[in-house]
Design a protein around this ligand. Sequence first.
Ligand SMILES: [Zn+2]
Length: 82
Amino acid sequence: MSAVTTAAGDALDEGRTWHTTGTAAAYSGYHPTTLVRHLQSGELHGFQRKTKGRWRIHVDCLDAWLVGETCTHAAPTAKGRR
Ligand SMILES: [Zn+2]
């Protein structure tokens, strides 16, 4: 039996949904250090479990940032939301 190949079956796999700085760098063409700088400034939306931990960047966030947009779920802090 050969393995079944699905066109988009693994689209929601964690490895496809979330970038690390390494995969985000490969995907975007930016240097990982550059990405971390933008993550730390808040310009690029990312998540970090610990202050010095690994960054996780959702593919939607990276795609939005690459075209100069703010991703939909990165609510601006100035909006008065608490
Ligand atoms: Zn986001």
